[in-house]
Unconditional design. Structure first.
Length: 209
């Protein structure tokens, strides 16, 4: 029978072998991904590897990755949305931002999937990204309106502020409800923006007639 010392040594050796194998596989994958950045017409597999670099904690290639994804355009959207839905916090935020730059509707899908994240930073990133008066899709207000029930009052306040850049019934109704929020800052932001959003919404309805 093996004595206890030999069992410990063998167990440690096995763990080290697994860790080494993982590092080798990760290094090879990372090397392929970095090489893909120089591909003139990257394949779907290379695009997935490039998107995967957004989850690289080192950020060593972040600038090149972002530039390459914008160059690739629409073919990068599906793997980006997948990462935005399934990655860790920082990867989700980066992936959603890049998706929105390429395709607004797909970007809104990505951000909508982040609203219920348990990570506050992820939820806040949604509001920061959608606090943009250049985004005119009605879905922006729909995504922001989901923050009415957020447990963090500062995020509800930020959502009420961002809603001021939108228009339409969804924005108006959400702001009406947020104007009665028990959190003072949230209620103040909502009340301040409500009249302007109502006026803009009415003007848009008149212009369609």
């Amino acid at each position: 029978m093996l004595d206890r010392k030999k069992i410990v040594v063998m167990t440690v050796a096995s763990i080290l072998a697994i860790v080494l194998l993982f590092l080798v596989v990760s290094w090879r994958t990372n090397s392929k991904a970095v090489a893909a950045l120089d591909a003139e017409n990257p394949t779907p597999e290379q695009i997935e590897l490039i998107v995967g670099l957004l989850a690289d904690e080192s950020d060593a290639y972040l600038g090149r990755v972002i530039e390459k994804l914008q160059e690739i355009g629409q073919p990068a959207v599906d793997p980006l949305v997948k990462l935005a839905k399934e990655g860790d916090a920082s990867a989700r935020i980066l992936a959603a931002a890049q998706t929105l730059r390429i395709n607004e509707e797909a970007g809104l899908d990505a951000y909508a999937s982040m609203v219920d994240s348990p990570d506050r930073d992820v939820r806040e990133a949604v509001i920061v990204a959608l606090n943009n008066d250049q985004l005119k899709s009605p879905r922006v207000a729909e995504v922001l309106a989901r923050f009415e029930q957020d447990e963090d009052p500062t995020l509800r306040a930020s959502a009420a502020e961002a809603m001021g850049k939108q228009s339409g019934d969804v924005a108006v109704q959400a702001l009406e409800r947020l104007a009665n929020d028990p959190h003072e800052l949230t209620a103040r932001h909502a009340s301040r923006n409500l009249a302007a959003v109502k006026a803009q919404s009415q003007q848009q309805r008149r212009s369609r007639r």
